[in-house]
Design a binder for this molecule. Structure first.
Ligand code: GRF
Length: 223
């Protein structure tokens, strides 16, 4: 079932925003049938805000510094998302854990990009940990956001080989462009297909997804 609806997105960032930029570029070039209705950052100095402002996307900064700011941050994010009413919320380099109320409110409508082949290496420093563990492959995953850290049902992944000379930096620099392709293709999937989280699994056009879709960089498609 192809739907090809124009998705209304909200994107949450914390830093560089290269994945946000990939989404903006893909929309601008007509490769992604979506619009970005809001960018939310928990840091006023996030470089990604420049990409959003250059593309005339409304930005909201909800400063997360200070422990007492956690509830204020969650409430601010909820309020902003409620006002924007997005079809899909994309956590693209958003480095804070969202509180359970926000997660529950947008359950099934919120996805996260994580730089590891989940369920391996949830959390931080994934490149270092993959190399230290002697892994042959690393990659990135996109999953529905649930209350557990990097723990929701997996939608898609991109895989790359780890070389013997790799450092966390070389691995990160090779993975970056692949993540950009993955995030665009995965958001496009939501525009083209009926992608649903049903309890702890995913259905696409009514068919259960038995394992995450693997992105093929050459063909720019999932297999
Ligand atoms: C990406 O590697 C993403 O997987 C992780 O944070 C990084 C964000 O990069 N969650 P950017 O801010 O999109 O450049």
């Amino acid at each position: 079932m192809k739907t090809n609806r124009r998705l209304r997105l909200a994107v949450l960032i914390s830093g560089t925003g290269s994945n946000l930029k990939a989404l903006i570029d893909a929309i601008g070039q007509g490769r992604l049938n979506a619009s970005i209705a809001a960018v939310i950052s928990n840091r006023a100095d996030a470089h990604g805000l420049r990409h959003a402002r250059a593309a005339h996307i409304p930005c909201t900064v909800i400063d997360s510094s200070g422990c007492s700011a956690r509830k204020a941050l969650d409430d601010g994010i909820s309020e902003c998302l409620e006002a924007v009413d997005p079809d899909l919320v994309v956590l693209a380099g958003y480095m804070r854990i969202l509180g359970p109320e926000v997660v529950r409110r947008f359950l099934g409508k919120m996805i996260n990009l994580h730089p590891s082949l989940l369920p391996k290496f949830p959390g931080l420093n994934t490149y270092e940990r993959a190399i230290a563990a002697g892994e042959q492959h690393h990659g990135s995953s996109i999953h529905f956001v649930t209350e557990g850290l990097d723990d929701g049902p997996l939608i898609s992944q991109v895989v790359l080989a780890i070389h013997s000379a790799d450092t966390p930096q070389t691995l990160a620099s090779r993975l970056g462009p692949l993540e950009h392709q993955l995030i665009v293709a995965t958001v496009q999937l939501f525009a083209h297909r009926d992608v649903r989280m049903i309890q702890d699994h995913i259905e696409i056009d009514g068919e259960p997804l038995r394992s995450p879709l693997v992105f093929d960089i050459q063909s720019n498609e999932f297999f």
